[in-house]
Design a protein around this ligand. Structure first.
Ligand code: BES
Ligand code: MN
Ligand code: ZN
Length: 483
């Protein structure tokens, strides 16, 4: 898909469709006003008759509007004017794009930029790109057709940045949507190597032998039940002087989570190709950070394993020795993400990460607590968490902090080993999982983002097809950009 900034008028731009915005109170955006005038008040009439909706992120298609050279006009709800931030721009542009992308199109021009700040426009570009991307990878008859050309009326710089954010989101979504027969630890690592080469990141891939010599006993144990050996990917980006602090981004990359011997029932297992979303988010963000040449130093780590039930699989009661030296009693093989991250976090610390963020589809309990749309934030350092939460808010990615009550640390104490990989019963399962991870960050400022809900859509949203969402790619880039 070609993506270009344009300066032409909404009335005279030759395109299959032009997209204009309306605010929640029914007030037309500036370009919608031009369309309305040229068409003798058509938009206002259609809004009045409710043939066109002004509700946030509703998109309506009007063919052959008088006075407009494009074949159709799409009107999309932007929400309240004073709340029109990056999140609203992403969703509104996405909803309009998704509607238009239901058929094969040539040029589609977006005229949503309405006195917006450049970063809001950039989010709109990224949203428009996301709206055209389906999960129909293997369908002969596609559901979504990326446009030949996506035209955006707005500053060229916003389009450049938006395109980079959009492509990063798209990379993450695609990796999540591809089936586990395609995306497994080694193939993910090879894809990461391609991305790294393309955008100038350094990359190291640890195979099972290296993982062994590095004493990654916890990560390796999860991979033991699979024919597909585990990998650890370490991406490096140096945009600042060597003595500047290193930001560590860590992703859970369970390319399929069967639950292991604590086997999941079918209903919970069906979507478990999404369990590598944390790793895919880190890869997408690293790509964007490099392409934007942000003035920071970042290390991105992806712990890649397939959690299966083979004859060599870890067993209940097994005691693992993590890279940090801590021993872990395995009481549920389906609590595997934390076992993987234990070793990856330890490597991040060893490599000198001064601050750490990990992303993981870690617990169903997080989805129970916050619903499917909201990520859980947990931390050992409130000011670092505040910074991450502020970035998420700015990007329009819902997140909510959950408490790390000190008393809950004892819920993961084991009689046999230093710790066990589940709490006492299922209560507070989001927090006990985070408590476990917190044992492996060596006191470094750390934020854990549980994306079990928002990483994957079981049902489509108006602005995005079902499947992988790329949630938190933009937030990570924003955090990195803050230095
Ligand atoms: N990958 C799952 C968590 C998950 C659930 C992700 C739903 C996305 C959607 C994780 O490995 C898991 O199985 N967690 C268990 C933990 C339990 C055994 C302590 C869970 O949530 O049931
Ligand atoms: Mn699991
Ligand atoms: Zn999992």
């Amino acid at each position: 898909m070609e993506i270009k900034a344009i300066e032409t008028s909404v009335l005279s731009t030759p395109a299959d469709a032009v997209v204009v915005g309306v605010y929640a109170d029914g007030a037309l955006g500036a370009t919608a006003g031009q369309v309305d005038q040229a068409s003798g008040g058509l938009l206002v009439r259609l809004l009045k008759s409710e043939d066109v909706s002004s509700e946030a992120f509703d998109a309506s298609l009007i063919p052959a509007v008088p006075g407009v050279s494009a074949g159709r006009v799409v009107v999309v709800g932007l929400g309240k004017r004073d709340e029109c931030d990056r999140g609203a721009a992403f969703r509104a542009a996405g909803a309009a794009a998704r509607l238009v992308a239901g058929k094969s199109r040539g040029k589609v021009a977006f005229f949503l930029h309405d006195g917006w700040a450049a970063d809001v426009s950039a989010a709109g570009v990224a949203g428009a790109m996301a709206g055209c991307q389906g999960q129909d990878l293997y369908r002969e008859k596609k559901n979504r057709f990326p446009f030949q050309e996506l035209l955006w009326s707005g500053p060229a710089e916003a389009v450049r940045v938006g395109r980079i954010l959009g492509e990063a989101t798209s990379l993450t979504r695609r990796l999540v949507n591809e089936p586990p027969q395609e995306v497994y630890p080694d193939s993910f690592a090879r894809r990461a190597a391609e991305v790294a080469k393309d955008c100038g990141l350094s990359i190291e891939v640890w195979d099972e032998k290296r993982l062994e010599s590095e004493r990654c006993g916890s990560l390796l144990a999860v991979g033991r039940g699979s024919q597909r050996p585990p990998r650890l990917v370490i991406l490096g980006y140096n945009g600042a002087a060597a003595d500047k602090p290193l930001l560590g981004l860590v992703g859970k990359g369970v390319t399929f989570d069967s639950g292991g011997l604590s086997l999941k029932p079918t209903d919970s297992m069906v979507t478990m190709k999404c369990d590598m979303a944390g790793a895919a988010t880190v890869l997408g963000a690293m790509q964007a950070i490099a392409r934007l040449k942000l003035p920071v130093n970042v290390i991105g780590l992806a712990g890649l394993v397939e959690n299966m039930t083979g004859g060599n699989a870890m067993k209940l009661g097994d005691v693992l020795k993590a890279r940090s030296g801590k021993t872990i009693e395995v009481l549920n093989t389906d609590a595997e993400g934390r076992l993987v991250l234990a070793d990856v976090l330890n490597v991040a610390v060893d490599r000198g990460a001064a601050k750490i963020i990990d992303l993981a589809t870690l617990t169903g309990a997080c989805v129970v607590a916050l619903g499917t749309d909201v990520a859980g934030l947990m931390t050992n350092d409130q000011s670092w968490c505040d910074a991450v939460a502020a970035a998420a808010k700015k990007c329009g990615e819902p997140a909510w902090q959950l408490p790390m009550f000190p008393e809950y640390s004892k819920l993961i104490k084991s009689e046999v080993a230093d710790i066990k990989n589940i709490g006492e019963g299922r209560w507070g399962g989001v927090i006990t999982a985070a408590k476990f991870l917190g044992e492996f960050v060596a006191g470094k400022p750390w934020v854990h983002i549980d994306i079990a809900g928002p990483a994957f859509l079981e049902k489509p949203k108006a602005w995005m097809d079902g499947g992988g969402t790329g949630a938190f790619v933009r937030t990570l880039v924003e955090v990195a950009g803050q230095g």
